[in-house]
Design a protein around this ligand. Structure first.
Ligand SMILES: Cc1cc2nc3c(=O)[nH]c(=O)nc-3n(C[C@H](O)[C@H](O)[C@H](O)COP(=O)(O)O)c2cc1C
Length: 332
Protein backbone atom coordinates (compact mmCIF):
# COMPACT_ATOMS: atom_id res chain seq x y z
CA UNK A 1 0.00 0.00 0.00
CA UNK A 2 1.22 3.49 -0.72
CA UNK A 3 2.45 5.57 2.16
CA UNK A 4 1.60 9.27 2.38
CA UNK A 5 4.13 11.58 3.86
CA UNK A 6 4.98 15.28 3.91
CA UNK A 7 8.05 16.44 1.94
CA UNK A 8 11.29 16.73 3.85
CA UNK A 9 14.10 16.94 1.29
CA UNK A 10 14.93 20.22 -0.45
CA UNK A 11 13.97 18.85 -3.89
CA UNK A 12 10.59 17.61 -2.74
CA UNK A 13 9.91 20.94 -1.02
CA UNK A 14 10.74 22.67 -4.33
CA UNK A 15 8.45 20.29 -6.23
CA UNK A 16 5.63 20.95 -3.77
CA UNK A 17 6.18 24.68 -4.17
CA UNK A 18 5.98 24.28 -7.96
CA UNK A 19 2.69 22.39 -7.69
CA UNK A 20 1.36 25.13 -5.42
CA UNK A 21 2.41 27.87 -7.87
CA UNK A 22 0.79 25.94 -10.73
CA UNK A 23 -2.59 26.65 -9.16
CA UNK A 24 -2.30 30.05 -10.86
CA UNK A 25 -2.63 28.38 -14.28
CA UNK A 26 -5.67 29.17 -16.45
CA UNK A 27 -8.12 26.34 -17.11
CA UNK A 28 -11.33 25.84 -19.02
CA UNK A 29 -14.20 27.16 -16.85
CA UNK A 30 -11.62 27.29 -14.07
CA UNK A 31 -12.05 23.56 -13.49
CA UNK A 32 -8.36 23.19 -12.51
CA UNK A 33 -8.61 19.58 -13.71
CA UNK A 34 -5.29 18.26 -12.40
CA UNK A 35 -3.66 16.48 -9.50
CA UNK A 36 0.02 16.38 -8.57
CA UNK A 37 1.85 13.47 -7.01
CA UNK A 38 5.31 13.82 -5.51
CA UNK A 39 7.09 10.48 -5.70
CA UNK A 40 10.65 10.76 -4.44
CA UNK A 41 12.33 13.49 -6.42
CA UNK A 42 9.74 13.51 -9.19
CA UNK A 43 6.54 15.44 -9.65
CA UNK A 44 3.78 13.71 -11.60
CA UNK A 45 0.95 15.57 -13.29
CA UNK A 46 -2.32 13.63 -13.51
CA UNK A 47 -5.47 14.77 -15.28
CA UNK A 48 -8.52 14.60 -13.01
CA UNK A 49 -11.31 13.05 -15.11
CA UNK A 50 -13.86 13.93 -12.44
CA UNK A 51 -13.34 17.56 -13.46
CA UNK A 52 -13.93 16.91 -17.12
CA UNK A 53 -16.68 18.88 -18.85
CA UNK A 54 -18.78 16.14 -20.45
CA UNK A 55 -20.74 18.48 -22.74
CA UNK A 56 -18.20 21.16 -23.63
CA UNK A 57 -15.16 18.92 -23.76
CA UNK A 58 -16.06 15.25 -24.20
CA UNK A 59 -12.73 14.60 -26.01
CA UNK A 60 -10.65 15.96 -23.05
CA UNK A 61 -9.08 18.47 -25.45
CA UNK A 62 -9.52 21.55 -23.27
CA UNK A 63 -8.88 19.57 -20.09
CA UNK A 64 -5.51 18.49 -21.48
CA UNK A 65 -4.68 22.01 -22.70
CA UNK A 66 -5.46 23.26 -19.18
CA UNK A 67 -3.18 20.61 -17.65
CA UNK A 68 -0.43 21.61 -20.10
CA UNK A 69 -0.72 25.17 -18.81
CA UNK A 70 -0.34 23.88 -15.23
CA UNK A 71 2.70 21.84 -16.32
CA UNK A 72 4.39 24.91 -17.80
CA UNK A 73 3.57 26.93 -14.67
CA UNK A 74 5.27 24.24 -12.54
CA UNK A 75 8.34 24.27 -14.80
CA UNK A 76 8.52 28.07 -14.58
CA UNK A 77 8.30 27.83 -10.79
CA UNK A 78 11.15 25.28 -10.70
CA UNK A 79 13.32 27.37 -13.04
CA UNK A 80 12.64 30.34 -10.79
CA UNK A 81 13.87 28.29 -7.82
CA UNK A 82 17.06 27.45 -9.70
CA UNK A 83 16.24 23.90 -10.84
CA UNK A 84 16.90 22.47 -14.26
CA UNK A 85 14.24 19.92 -15.22
CA UNK A 86 13.53 17.04 -17.58
CA UNK A 87 9.96 16.15 -18.56
CA UNK A 88 8.49 12.86 -19.77
CA UNK A 89 5.13 13.42 -21.41
CA UNK A 90 2.40 10.78 -21.76
CA UNK A 91 4.99 8.08 -21.26
CA UNK A 92 2.76 5.51 -19.51
CA UNK A 93 0.20 3.94 -21.90
CA UNK A 94 -1.35 2.01 -18.98
CA UNK A 95 -2.18 5.30 -17.26
CA UNK A 96 -3.42 7.75 -19.93
CA UNK A 97 -4.34 10.29 -17.25
CA UNK A 98 -0.72 10.45 -16.12
CA UNK A 99 0.23 13.33 -18.36
CA UNK A 100 3.77 14.15 -17.35
CA UNK A 101 6.59 13.41 -14.95
CA UNK A 102 8.98 16.21 -14.02
CA UNK A 103 12.47 15.21 -12.86
CA UNK A 104 14.97 17.58 -11.31
CA UNK A 105 18.17 17.63 -13.31
CA UNK A 106 20.66 19.74 -11.38
CA UNK A 107 20.83 23.40 -10.48
CA UNK A 108 20.98 26.44 -12.73
CA UNK A 109 20.89 30.10 -11.76
CA UNK A 110 17.53 31.56 -12.77
CA UNK A 111 17.78 34.12 -15.55
CA UNK A 112 16.01 37.49 -15.45
CA UNK A 113 13.50 36.04 -17.94
CA UNK A 114 12.80 33.09 -15.59
CA UNK A 115 12.16 35.52 -12.76
CA UNK A 116 9.89 37.69 -14.93
CA UNK A 117 7.76 34.70 -15.95
CA UNK A 118 7.54 33.56 -12.32
CA UNK A 119 6.39 37.01 -11.23
CA UNK A 120 3.83 37.06 -14.07
CA UNK A 121 2.03 33.95 -12.80
CA UNK A 122 0.25 35.68 -9.92
CA UNK A 123 -0.43 38.85 -11.95
CA UNK A 124 -2.04 37.20 -14.99
CA UNK A 125 -5.84 37.27 -15.25
CA UNK A 126 -8.28 36.45 -18.00
CA UNK A 127 -9.67 39.89 -18.86
CA UNK A 128 -13.10 39.55 -20.52
CA UNK A 129 -13.64 43.33 -20.79
CA UNK A 130 -13.06 45.02 -24.14
CA UNK A 131 -9.50 46.09 -24.90
CA UNK A 132 -8.57 49.59 -26.03
CA UNK A 133 -7.86 50.91 -29.55
CA UNK A 134 -4.11 50.77 -28.94
CA UNK A 135 -2.72 48.15 -31.31
CA UNK A 136 -0.26 45.49 -30.21
CA UNK A 137 3.22 46.21 -31.65
CA UNK A 138 4.26 43.77 -34.36
CA UNK A 139 7.46 43.00 -32.42
CA UNK A 140 5.37 41.83 -29.42
CA UNK A 141 3.25 39.60 -31.66
CA UNK A 142 6.39 38.16 -33.24
CA UNK A 143 7.79 37.45 -29.78
CA UNK A 144 4.59 35.66 -28.67
CA UNK A 145 4.63 33.58 -31.87
CA UNK A 146 8.24 32.64 -31.24
CA UNK A 147 7.47 31.73 -27.61
CA UNK A 148 4.68 29.39 -28.77
CA UNK A 149 7.00 27.81 -31.34
CA UNK A 150 9.76 27.23 -28.77
CA UNK A 151 7.16 25.46 -26.64
CA UNK A 152 6.13 23.09 -29.40
CA UNK A 153 3.03 24.80 -30.86
CA UNK A 154 2.07 27.44 -33.35
CA UNK A 155 0.38 30.81 -32.94
CA UNK A 156 -1.47 31.96 -36.04
CA UNK A 157 -2.17 35.68 -36.02
CA UNK A 158 -5.67 36.05 -37.41
CA UNK A 159 -5.53 38.38 -40.40
CA UNK A 160 -7.93 41.31 -40.60
CA UNK A 161 -9.82 39.63 -43.47
CA UNK A 162 -10.16 36.43 -41.39
CA UNK A 163 -11.84 38.15 -38.41
CA UNK A 164 -15.39 37.88 -39.83
CA UNK A 165 -15.05 34.10 -40.24
CA UNK A 166 -13.71 33.75 -36.71
CA UNK A 167 -16.60 35.89 -35.44
CA UNK A 168 -19.11 33.72 -37.32
CA UNK A 169 -17.55 30.49 -35.99
CA UNK A 170 -17.59 31.79 -32.42
CA UNK A 171 -21.13 33.16 -32.61
CA UNK A 172 -22.46 29.98 -34.21
CA UNK A 173 -20.75 27.82 -31.57
CA UNK A 174 -22.22 29.96 -28.79
CA UNK A 175 -25.68 29.83 -30.33
CA UNK A 176 -25.57 26.03 -30.72
CA UNK A 177 -24.33 25.58 -27.16
CA UNK A 178 -26.84 27.97 -25.60
CA UNK A 179 -29.67 26.07 -27.34
CA UNK A 180 -28.53 22.85 -25.65
CA UNK A 181 -30.05 22.29 -22.18
CA UNK A 182 -27.15 20.00 -21.24
CA UNK A 183 -24.67 22.83 -21.99
CA UNK A 184 -26.70 25.34 -19.98
CA UNK A 185 -26.82 22.94 -17.08
CA UNK A 186 -23.04 22.24 -17.20
CA UNK A 187 -22.21 25.94 -17.52
CA UNK A 188 -24.64 26.75 -14.72
CA UNK A 189 -22.90 24.26 -12.43
CA UNK A 190 -19.44 25.73 -13.09
CA UNK A 191 -20.56 29.34 -12.69
CA UNK A 192 -22.30 28.88 -9.36
CA UNK A 193 -19.82 26.83 -7.37
CA UNK A 194 -19.77 27.17 -3.59
CA UNK A 195 -17.01 29.56 -2.48
CA UNK A 196 -15.22 26.82 -0.53
CA UNK A 197 -14.73 24.79 -3.75
CA UNK A 198 -12.26 27.42 -4.99
CA UNK A 199 -13.06 26.80 -8.65
CA UNK A 200 -15.46 27.75 -11.44
CA UNK A 201 -16.17 31.14 -13.01
CA UNK A 202 -18.13 33.29 -10.54
CA UNK A 203 -20.27 36.16 -11.80
CA UNK A 204 -17.70 38.63 -10.43
CA UNK A 205 -15.32 37.78 -13.33
CA UNK A 206 -17.98 37.28 -16.03
CA UNK A 207 -18.59 40.15 -18.42
CA UNK A 208 -21.88 41.69 -19.47
CA UNK A 209 -23.05 40.79 -22.94
CA UNK A 210 -22.91 43.31 -25.78
CA UNK A 211 -21.62 43.66 -29.34
CA UNK A 212 -18.02 42.46 -29.58
CA UNK A 213 -15.64 41.90 -32.52
CA UNK A 214 -15.44 38.25 -31.41
CA UNK A 215 -18.22 37.27 -28.98
CA UNK A 216 -17.28 36.48 -25.38
CA UNK A 217 -18.94 33.53 -23.64
CA UNK A 218 -22.12 34.41 -21.74
CA UNK A 219 -21.06 32.86 -18.43
CA UNK A 220 -24.06 34.39 -16.65
CA UNK A 221 -26.57 32.80 -19.07
CA UNK A 222 -28.39 36.07 -19.64
CA UNK A 223 -28.27 37.01 -15.95
CA UNK A 224 -26.25 39.80 -14.34
CA UNK A 225 -22.46 39.68 -14.78
CA UNK A 226 -19.96 41.44 -12.54
CA UNK A 227 -17.83 43.16 -15.19
CA UNK A 228 -18.91 45.89 -17.58
CA UNK A 229 -17.58 45.64 -21.14
CA UNK A 230 -16.23 49.18 -20.71
CA UNK A 231 -16.08 52.09 -23.12
CA UNK A 232 -13.69 50.36 -25.55
CA UNK A 233 -14.40 48.05 -28.46
CA UNK A 234 -11.38 45.77 -28.82
CA UNK A 235 -10.34 48.14 -31.62
CA UNK A 236 -6.63 47.43 -31.18
CA UNK A 237 -6.98 43.80 -30.10
CA UNK A 238 -5.19 41.05 -31.97
CA UNK A 239 -6.68 37.59 -32.25
CA UNK A 240 -4.52 34.50 -32.49
CA UNK A 241 -5.12 30.79 -32.92
CA UNK A 242 -3.03 28.45 -30.81
CA UNK A 243 -2.53 25.32 -32.88
CA UNK A 244 -0.47 22.19 -33.23
CA UNK A 245 0.22 19.39 -35.69
CA UNK A 246 -2.28 16.87 -34.33
CA UNK A 247 -5.64 16.74 -32.56
CA UNK A 248 -4.22 14.34 -29.95
CA UNK A 249 -3.37 14.41 -26.23
CA UNK A 250 0.30 15.08 -26.96
CA UNK A 251 -0.59 18.07 -29.13
CA UNK A 252 -3.08 19.38 -26.55
CA UNK A 253 -0.61 19.02 -23.67
CA UNK A 254 2.13 20.87 -25.55
CA UNK A 255 -0.49 23.37 -26.68
CA UNK A 256 -1.27 24.07 -23.02
CA UNK A 257 2.40 24.56 -22.25
CA UNK A 258 2.69 27.02 -25.13
CA UNK A 259 -0.51 28.73 -23.96
CA UNK A 260 1.00 29.33 -20.53
CA UNK A 261 4.26 30.57 -22.05
CA UNK A 262 2.40 32.98 -24.34
CA UNK A 263 0.09 34.32 -21.61
CA UNK A 264 2.91 34.83 -19.10
CA UNK A 265 5.12 36.50 -21.70
CA UNK A 266 2.19 38.75 -22.60
CA UNK A 267 2.05 39.88 -18.95
CA UNK A 268 5.74 40.79 -19.06
CA UNK A 269 5.01 42.89 -22.17
CA UNK A 270 2.20 44.76 -20.41
CA UNK A 271 -0.50 43.06 -22.50
CA UNK A 272 -3.90 41.76 -21.42
CA UNK A 273 -5.22 38.44 -22.68
CA UNK A 274 -8.35 36.31 -22.76
CA UNK A 275 -8.69 32.74 -24.09
CA UNK A 276 -11.81 31.89 -26.13
CA UNK A 277 -12.68 28.24 -26.69
CA UNK A 278 -16.32 28.23 -27.86
CA UNK A 279 -15.37 27.75 -31.56
CA UNK A 280 -13.18 24.79 -30.60
CA UNK A 281 -15.93 23.09 -28.60
CA UNK A 282 -18.41 22.49 -31.44
CA UNK A 283 -17.32 20.38 -34.44
CA UNK A 284 -18.28 22.52 -37.40
CA UNK A 285 -17.18 25.89 -35.95
CA UNK A 286 -13.92 24.07 -35.17
CA UNK A 287 -13.71 23.07 -38.84
CA UNK A 288 -14.27 26.73 -39.85
CA UNK A 289 -11.55 27.78 -37.41
CA UNK A 290 -9.20 25.11 -38.76
CA UNK A 291 -9.77 26.60 -42.21
CA UNK A 292 -8.16 29.86 -41.01
CA UNK A 293 -4.87 28.07 -40.40
CA UNK A 294 -3.21 28.78 -43.72
CA UNK A 295 -0.12 26.93 -42.45
CA UNK A 296 -2.20 23.79 -41.71
CA UNK A 297 -2.66 22.15 -38.32
CA UNK A 298 -5.30 21.68 -35.65
CA UNK A 299 -6.70 24.62 -33.65
CA UNK A 300 -6.63 24.32 -29.84
CA UNK A 301 -7.73 27.74 -28.63
CA UNK A 302 -8.39 31.35 -29.68
CA UNK A 303 -6.61 34.16 -27.86
CA UNK A 304 -7.59 37.81 -27.66
CA UNK A 305 -4.52 39.94 -26.96
CA UNK A 306 -4.42 43.67 -26.39
CA UNK A 307 -4.21 46.56 -24.00
CA UNK A 308 -6.75 46.51 -21.20
CA UNK A 309 -7.27 48.53 -18.07
CA UNK A 310 -4.96 46.55 -15.83
CA UNK A 311 -5.40 43.34 -13.89
CA UNK A 312 -5.43 45.31 -10.63
CA UNK A 313 -9.03 46.26 -11.44
CA UNK A 314 -10.07 42.64 -11.92
CA UNK A 315 -11.06 40.34 -9.08
CA UNK A 316 -9.03 37.12 -9.15
CA UNK A 317 -10.82 33.92 -10.12
CA UNK A 318 -10.93 31.48 -7.18
CA UNK A 319 -8.39 28.69 -6.77
CA UNK A 320 -8.57 25.25 -5.15
CA UNK A 321 -6.78 24.54 -1.89
CA UNK A 322 -3.28 23.19 -2.37
CA UNK A 323 -4.10 20.23 -0.09
CA UNK A 324 -6.79 19.16 -2.57
CA UNK A 325 -4.45 18.87 -5.56
CA UNK A 326 -1.32 17.30 -4.05
CA UNK A 327 -0.30 13.94 -2.65
CA UNK A 328 3.07 12.62 -1.53
CA UNK A 329 4.03 9.03 -2.11
CA UNK A 330 6.99 7.12 -0.81
CA UNK A 331 5.84 3.70 -1.94
CA UNK A 332 3.41 1.99 -4.28
C1 LIG B 1 -8.45 25.67 -22.40
C2 LIG B 1 -9.08 26.96 -21.90
C3 LIG B 1 -10.27 27.41 -22.45
C4 LIG B 1 -10.85 28.61 -22.00
N1 LIG B 1 -11.99 29.08 -22.62
C5 LIG B 1 -12.49 30.29 -22.25
C6 LIG B 1 -13.62 30.85 -22.93
O1 LIG B 1 -14.14 30.27 -23.89
N2 LIG B 1 -14.11 32.04 -22.51
C7 LIG B 1 -13.54 32.73 -21.47
O2 LIG B 1 -14.00 33.81 -21.13
N3 LIG B 1 -12.46 32.21 -20.79
C8 LIG B 1 -11.93 31.03 -21.17
N4 LIG B 1 -10.82 30.53 -20.53
C9 LIG B 1 -10.27 31.25 -19.38
C10 LIG B 1 -10.67 30.54 -18.07
O3 LIG B 1 -12.04 30.69 -17.85
C11 LIG B 1 -9.83 31.11 -16.93
O4 LIG B 1 -8.49 30.74 -17.13
C12 LIG B 1 -10.25 30.64 -15.56
O5 LIG B 1 -11.55 31.09 -15.27
C13 LIG B 1 -9.31 31.13 -14.47
O6 LIG B 1 -9.25 32.52 -14.46
P1 LIG B 1 -7.89 33.31 -14.72
O7 LIG B 1 -7.42 33.00 -16.10
O8 LIG B 1 -8.26 34.77 -14.56
O9 LIG B 1 -6.89 32.88 -13.69
C14 LIG B 1 -10.22 29.34 -20.96
C15 LIG B 1 -9.02 28.88 -20.42
C16 LIG B 1 -8.44 27.71 -20.88
C17 LIG B 1 -7.12 27.25 -20.31
Amino acid sequence: MAIRTEPTTAPSVALAQAARQALHAPSVLNTQPWRWRIAGDTLELWADPERQLDVVDSAHRLLTVSCGAALHHALVALAGQGYRTRVDRLADPEHPFKLATIRLDGRLDPTAADRDLLAAMSKRRTDRRAFTDETVPAAHLRQLTEVARRNGSGLHLVRFDQIPMLAVATAQAAEAELADPAYRSELGRWTSRPAEAGDGVPHSVAVQQGPRRIPVRDHALGGPAGLEIGADHDGGASFALLYGPTDTPDGWLRGGEALSAVLLTAVTLGLSTAPVSDPIEVPWPRALTRGLLTEGGEPYLVLRIGYGHGPEHLPPAPRRRFEDVIEWWTGA
